[in-house]
Design a protein around this ligand. Structure first.
Ligand SMILES: NC(=O)c1ccc[n+]([C@@H]2O[C@H](COP(=O)([O-])OP(=O)(O)OC[C@H]3O[C@@H](n4cnc5c(N)ncnc54)[C@H](OP(=O)(O)O)[C@@H]3O)[C@@H](O)[C@H]2O)c1
Length: 319
């Protein structure tokens, strides 16, 4: 089928485009041509800034659109949706689990969500991430009704991840030695390989499936302890309570990825994914994600700073 992608050249979009091409779909991309230009020389790219003039989309039609939300503002989402409402049969939008307003409890698709901001900011504001996504979701429901699928993604991981929120672990564990393992080994963790999520959103488009889906993994509950053990190789995990790590000033999740102390975010990694499973989401083994992420990361070089080895050593020395 013919699929139009808004975005498609950085991380999740790239994985979804790869999945669509592997499935034999006819792909058209819309982006500014600045992120990884030349990545898909054989794929048609409509060069356009989605905050501006959308006339380049006139007179065309596709079976489905997949929207990676490149502009992150509801007014732009609405504009492009209205532009293609008569030109595509089905629409798939990538939202986030951050739409849920109470992360302390397990999350289902019916859990309460934030309100869209009363006044939309001029530019994307990370503080309003969840609110803005809710605004975009509502705009799409207005325009497409039941012709839209919304994938509320959890933590997305894997090769080409620009956030380094998971990549830390395969890298650190591959270095070996004593590795600071934070908090409780029984803490639940959820994340999804971009390639598995990419394949899922293409499937939602191909099957013309509508509805809202928590889109994260794995299929069966996973703990931080099991996840780290399965990636550990020869490394030695040294478990330490939350408090001394917090006292050392380590920032959970961003500085020491997957670590969620306290109760405020206790539900973040307890999303019910039964709907997505029924709609066909499937997961590769964690070991494969870790191996491929490590290989990519070593080649990609410098990444966003996470817990330094020096700070880790100091914390371990105080144990
Ligand atoms: N990372 C996570 O853990 C996580 C979790 C939940 C949800 N999400 C969501 O997942 C999505 C993934 O994004 P991604 O970066 O991986 O997608 P992507 O589609 O791989 O990359 C972003 C694309 O947007 C294009 N773009 C950016 N600004 C544009 C503009 N003004 N006009 C036209 N095109 C523009 C970029 O190309 P050019 O720069 O060349 O224009 C690029 O192709 C986002 O919606 C994010 O909110 C992420």
């Amino acid at each position: 089928m013919k699929i139009l992608f808004f975005g498609g050249t950085k991380f999740l979009g790239r994985a979804a485009v790869d999945a669509a091409l592997a499935d034999g779909h006819d792909v058209t991309l819309v982006n500014r041509g600045t992120t990884n230009p030349g990545l898909y020389p054989d794929v048609e790219t409509i060069t356009a800034d989605l905050t501006g003039d959308l006339d380049a989309l006139d007179g065309r039609s596709w079976d489905a659109a997949i929207d990676l939300d490149p502009t992150q503002l509801p007014r732009h989402t609405r504009r492009r949706a209205e532009k293609v409402a008569g030109a595509v049969d089905h629409y798939v939008f990538v939202s986030t689990i951050s739409v849920y307003s109470d992360m302390s409890q397990p999350i289902s698709e019916e859990s309460p969500v934030y309100e869209p901001p009363e006044t939309e900011p001029e530019e994307f504001d990370p503080e309003l991430y969840g609110n803005l996504k809710v605004g975009s979701e509502r705009a799409l429901r207005d325009v497409f009704g039941d012709r839209v699928a919304i994938a509320r993604a959890g933590l997305i991981v894997g090769p080409h991840d620009p956030t380094d929120r998971f990549t830390y672990w395969p890298r650190r564990l591959a270095e070996g030695g004593d590795v600071l393992a934070p908090g409780s080994p029984s803490q639940p963790v959820q994340f999804v390989d971009a390639r598995d999520l990419g394949a899922f959103i293409v499937r939602l488009a191909a099957d013309r499936t509508g509805g809202v889906y928590n889109a994260t993994g794995p299929a069966e509950p996973l703990t931080l302890g099991e996840a780290l053990e399965r990636m550990a190789g020869g490394a030695h995990l040294v478990w330490m309570d939350d408090q001394p790590i917090l006292d050392a000033g380590v920032q959970p999740w961003m500085e020491l990825p997957l670590w969620l102390p306290g109760t405020e975010y206790a539900g973040l990694c307890l999303a019910d994914i039964s709907r997505a499973l029924a709609a066909g989401i499937a997961f590769r083994p964690l070991e494969e994600t870790a191996r491929d992420t490590l290989a990519w990361s070593l080649e990609a070089g410098e990444q966003r700073p996470t817990l330094s080895r020096e700070k880790e050593r100091e914390i371990l020395a105080g144990a």
